[in-house]
Design a protein around this ligand. Structure first.
Ligand code: GLY
Ligand code: MN
Ligand code: MN
Length: 473
């Protein structure tokens, strides 16, 4: 964990933001996958982790704003636990590690909350995303399960977004650790993309690299030659020359900070002319977007800059036509880019998404579009120094979407459907980087991962060597 002063500082800042009441944070509990003792890898709740740092299942944290006191509720292990898990630190010692003076057995939490509600004090809590948390909040607050999520505190959500959206230097350092692992995951994936390999061979290898170097993957690996499916988690295809392989994967550090990188490479290591042409358009969109990122610019504008770059490129490739601005206004680009340009990243790979995307990516100056494709834009508001976000443009040839739009008579002024028919076997391309907004521009985080056509071809031609432990020791 970070130094204890970091957690105290975060809790103090939350008290200033929230002004009154009690903030209740339920940490996550162990979850079984096929019988009680066979459990998923434990992942702490990100908000609990942000304010209380501890990685123990079944803990709760309380920030009493009115009385300027912090509490940890959790149980010491018993002899049965010690037999199976070894000796564990006492809860009071764990609490001290994160500068919390008050620690109590978990069962005392119900009485604490009952007393506070009896005194008419506000209990602020966050929207739960696990069934166990819904049930626990329902019992603690004495409200039905169905009413728990709607009763979550908007004041607490907004206060936390204001804190977590600005990353400190020590958080950037963690993200860059996760990115160094992503470097090895992605360069390995590139070198394994040879004809005859099965996607699962590569997906399994890079998941292992993540585990070996930093921790679990930050989201299930997306790896496929069917890159037109945006989040493709099936890895059964055998790689063949002439296809492109999308790898969208990242790692999580021991402190739970994420990386999220996408690279797309030609199976066999050499781009053919058609692949190079489409790839270069996506790369231009990625790089134009990055060049334009600076504080004060709404991310929605960067999204549309990338969309215009894609339309310009597809016009040059003979797949689109007409006026670029008019095509984007009409939404014709969404046939090829049916998702948003990016999202915040930090303790969650889609940072704070559990608090509600509209609280994280939007504000009073910008509301979510209802239009197809653009509605998936997760971040639209003005950028500030300290934001960490992804830039992930793509071009996808989705046969069902092409057929749908064509049959609906959509965008005939902007799309050359006859030529597009010949691209239905192409797949998709996405190129994703993780970016820090700085005082006057931005910085691409992490050790550069091959991205230009020349860099990708050079890397794919290099022998696959076992990972150097650079930066990890
Ligand atoms: N890893 C999923 C995404 O790029 O948003
Ligand atoms: Mn991604
Ligand atoms: Mn992403």
């Amino acid at each position: 964990m970070f130094d204890k002063s970091i957690y105290t500082g975060r809790r103090d800042r939350l008290k200033k933001e929230l002004k009154s009441g009690i903030a209740l944070f339920l940490g996550n509990v162990d979850a079984a996958f096929n019988y009680p003792a066979n459990q998923y890898h434990f992942r702490q709740d990100s908000n609990f982790s942000y304010f209380f740092g501890l990685d123990n299942p079944g803990f709760a944290g309380v920030i009493d704003v009115d009385n300027n006191k912090d509490y940890i509720f959790g149980n010491d292990v018993d002899i049965d636990d010690i037999i199976w898990m070894g000796v564990q630190p006492l809860v009071k010692d764990l609490a001290t590690q994160v500068d919390v003076e008050n620690s109590f057995p978990y069962n005392d939490l119900a009485g604490f909350i009952r007393k506070a509600t009896g005194e008419g004090r506000s209990i602020h809590f966050l929207p739960p995303y696990r069934g166990e948390t819904v049930i626990e909040l329902s019992a603690l607050l004495n409200i039905p399960n169905a009413e728990v999520k709607p009763a979550a505190s908007v004041d607490l959500i907004k206060a936390i977004v204001r804190l977590r959206e600005i990353k400190d230097d020590y958080e950037i350092a963690e993200i860059e650790k996760a990115l160094l692992t992503a470097y090895y995951m992605h360069t390995t994936s590139m070198k394994m993309a040879v004809p005859g390999m099965v996607e699962q061979d590569i997906a399994g290898t890079i998941e292992g690299i993540s585990l070996a170097l930093t921790g679990p993957i930050s989201f299930p690996v997306i790896l496929s030659v069917d890159g037109q499916t945006l989040h493709n988690h099936s890895h059964h295809n055998v790689l063949k020359e002439g296809r492109m392989m999308v790898t969208d994967a990242g790692s999580e550090t021991a402190l739970h900070y994420a990386s999220d990188i996408t690279r797309t490479v030609p199976v066999g290591g050499k781009f053919n002319a058609r692949q190079a042409e489409i790839y270069q358009i996506v790369l231009d969109a990625n790089m134009n977007a990055i060049k334009a990122i600076k504080p004060g610019v709404p991310y929605k504008d960067i999204h549309f800059l990338a969309a215009r770059t894609i339309v310009d490129g597809l016009k040059a490739a003979g797949l689109m036509k007409g006026d670029t601005e008019a095509a984007v206004q009409a939404g014709a680009h969404t046939l090829f880019l049916p998702h948003g340009l990016g999202h915040m990243m930090g303790l969650d790979v889609h940072d704070m998404e559990g608090l509600g995307e509209d609280f994280v990516g939007y504000d009073e100056t910008v509301s979510r579009s209802g239009e197809f494709g653009t509605a998936y834009l997760r971040l639209a508001k003005k950028l500030k120094p300290g934001f960490v976000l992804t830039v992930e443009p793509g071009i996808y040839f989705i046969p069902d979407l092409i057929d749908k739009f064509r049959s609906e008579g959509k965008y005939f002024d902007f799309v050359n459907y006859d030529k597009l028919e010949t691209y239905k076997d192409f797949g998709g391309i996405r190129i994703e980087d993780d970016i820090l907004v700085t005082a006057d521009s931005c910085r691409v985080l992490g050790k550069p991962i091959p991205k230009t056509i020349a860099e990708v071809e050079k890397t794919m031609a290099e022998p696959r060597e076992w990972i150097k432990r650079e930066g990890f020791v």
